[in-house]
Write a protein that binds this ligand. Structure first.
Ligand code: ZN
Length: 120
């Protein structure tokens, strides 16, 4: 058995990681946050400095959500590939993805050499 081989135990462990990560993202992106008390909202009106920092915070949260959405999509695809038995195969070159890479990023679609080609 080679180090890059994905046996049922490894696959099950990676699936656990994928499901856990998916759960974390779903809580982060769809979790309800308590609405601020109306008195707090009123006191903020007209305070430009406070509003500016508030807007900035919203902007950062939107960026985070975009990243989360991408990961979520990749996780869903990875779970589908596990069902089909094609998980761990590079989307671009069809070679097996190194096990260490899958353990680091279980939702990755491509092997490290294809990823590096994308970046150049
Ligand atoms: Zn590849």
């Amino acid at each position: 058995m080679s180090d890059s081989e994905l046996d049922a135990t490894v696959l099950a462990a990676l699936k656990e990681v994928l499901l856990k990560k998916r759960g974390e993202i779903l809580v982060t992106t769809t979790g309800t946050r308590p609405l601020p008390a109306s008195a707090d909202v009123n006191s903020r009106q007209g305070d430009l400095a406070d509003q500016a920092s508030g807007n900035n915070e919203v902007h950062i949260q939107l960026k985070l959500k975009q990243t989360d959405a991408k990961i979520l999509q990749a996780i869903e695809e990875a779970l589908v590939r596990m069902e089909k038995g094609t998980y761990g195969i590079c989307r671009d070159c069809g070679e097996p993805i190194a096990r260490a890479r899958l353990e680091a990023i279980p939702w990755t679609r491509v092997c490290i050499s294809c990823k590096q080609k994308q970046n150049t």
